[in-house]
Design a protein around this ligand. Structure first.
Ligand code: NDP
Length: 447
């Protein structure tokens, strides 16, 4: 048994040098799991946690493609297959210039716990490429997706590994990827999720992560007899998760006064209502524009290069952009401005010191691996529909999503309580997610 988290982390850091995001994600889990291991000595003997930190497989491959000028471009493609003890690998593809092995390993590691929490049969994986879709034409994105899939096809399948979208991978990219997969395999089956509703996609999948985050926050507030209604909110990001979080906040009677993208933040004290949100959806997905155009159009304040966390007047905060976007100084501003709840829509958006500060200062804090699990849960529902050659109605899927989020919340709460960490969503999520995978690994021997 390890004397400290540092001792546990030492070989992880030595074996995976320079992978700072991966180290951060493993450390956060180890802080919750190491204290409970003495109650499960067999997990220590069988080195379950150590085995969980090592991907079952990671592939790295060349993705050459030709741009609109006829020039050859080159990117790196990845698929990290982290753990398949409870089901086929499942997790998104990210296209962003920042993508590297460390970021994908952290995401794949988080995905294992998240997928476990849904109680659905999904292992954890993640992939993507250091491809920057910004400024690329639709044809360039298509050629890139076709080249990536030409190699990725060797590692995925409906019972093996089922990728989905993530940052930079939305309906357009999933369409191009699926087209190439179908062409190469001559098979029409559920190998990707987030597909278009006309060709196998589940209704509510695009909305699922953002809606699920807000359902989770509602459950957190409901514990104290409170709710979203009448609350003012900050939401970071302007993409898939952020947009649908805003949509659900509006539906539940809350008001969102700020959003941001890589260019900066908008501050709209009147609130980003349904019509303004429709304008943002068109801006982001049709015009491929940025929020500075919103500020110009609706005559509101634009804060270039800034995030939303310093903006006063909100009670709830939803980080829905990217990892490590909410830093200690942001956490201090949130506390000083009276924010009561931070519910993570993105993966690991809060730095460890920020998360610690929020918790120490009485802010209700939910980690992404629990709060944003609605997306992957509905991806699994998409797989079920594909396998049965059926489509479920919007109401049916959203009803199931709601039930799943309520159950994840309950599971986090009861597990935290059982292990003496009452009210600690981070510990509850990590322990509950770990136990299911650990028991499966134990049953399946040393593999
Ligand atoms: P999108 O690409 O649709 O949107 C990401 C948004 O965040 C964009 O508006 C982007 O701005 C903004 N953004 C990215 N980096 C920064 C930054 N450093 N500062 C400010 N804004 C930034 O991605 P998703 O909405 O799909 O994903 C967002 C997060 O949610 C990620 O952490 C992802 O892993 C996580 N997640 C997503 C799920 C899903 O179903 N899509 C499921 C579970 C988790 P710009 O457009 O200007 O680059």
């Amino acid at each position: 048994m390890y004397a400290s988290v540092d001792e546990f982390m030492q070989p992880v850091i030595e074996k995976h040098p320079g992978e700072t995001e991966f180290h951060q994600a493993v450390r956060e889990v180890a802080e919750s799991i190491l204290p409970i291991l003495p109650q499960h000595p067999v997990f220590i003997e069988e080195r379950i946690l150590e085995r969980m930190t090592e991907p079952e497989r990671a592939v790295i491959f060349r993705v050459p493609w030709v741009d609109d000028q006829g020039k050859v471009q080159l990117n790196i493609g990845y698929r990290v297959q982290m753990n398949s003890a409870i089901g086929p690998y499942k997790g998104g593809l990210r296209f962003d210039k920042s993508v590297n092995l460390s970021i994908l390993k952290f995401l794949a590691f988080e995905q294992v716990f998240k997928n476990s929490l849904t109680t659905l049969p999904m292992g954890g994986g993640k992939g993507g490429a250091d491809f920057d879709p910004i400024g690329k034409s639709d044809r360039e994105v298509m050629r890139f997706c076709q080249s990536l899939m030409t190699e990725l096809v060797n590692y995925i399948g409906p019972d093996t590994d089922v990728p989905a979208g993530d940052i930079g991978v939305g309906a357009r990219e999933i369409g191009f990827l699926y087209g190439q997969y179908r062409r190469m395999t001559k098979k029409f089956h559920g190998v990707l999720t987030g597909k278009g509703p006309e060709w196998g996609g589940s209704l509510i999948r695009p909305q699922a992560t953002g809606y699920g985050v807000v359902y989770f926050a509602s459950e957190m507030l409901a514990k104290n007899g409170d709710g979203i209604h009448g609350k003012t909110c900050l939401v970071s990001g302007a993409g898939n998760v952020a947009q649908h979080a805003v949509e659900k906040i509006n539906q539940l009677g809350g008001k969102v006064i700020a959003m941001c993208d890589i260019k900066g933040a908008i501050y709209d004290p009147e609130g980003i209502d349904e019509d303004k949100l429709a304008w943002i959806k068109d801006l982001v997905y049709v015009k491929r524009g940025f929020l500075d155009q919103y500020a110009e159009h609706f005559k509101v304040e634009f804060r270039p290069g800034e995030n939303v966390w310093q903006i006063p007047g909100a009670q709830l905060a939803f980080p829905c952009a990217t990892q490590n976007e909410l830093k200690l100084e942001d956490a201090k501003a949130l506390v000083a401005n009276g924010v009561e709840l931070v519910c993570e829509g993105a993966n690991m958006p809060s730095t460890p010191d920020a998360a610690q500060y929020l918790k120490q200062n009485g802010v209700l804090f939910a980690p992404g691996k629990a709060a944003n699990a609605g997306g992957v849960a509905v991806s699994c529902l998409e797989m079920s529909q594909n396998a049965q050659h059926l489509y479920w109605s919007k109401e049916e899927v959203e009803g199931k999503l709601y039930d799943i989020m309520v159950n994840i919340h309950k599971n986090c709460m009861t597990t935290a309580e059982e292990y003496g960490e009452d009210g600690n969503y981070v510990a509850g999520a990590n322990i509950a997610g770990f136990l299911r995978v650990a028991r499966a690994m134990l049953s399946q021997g040393v593999v």
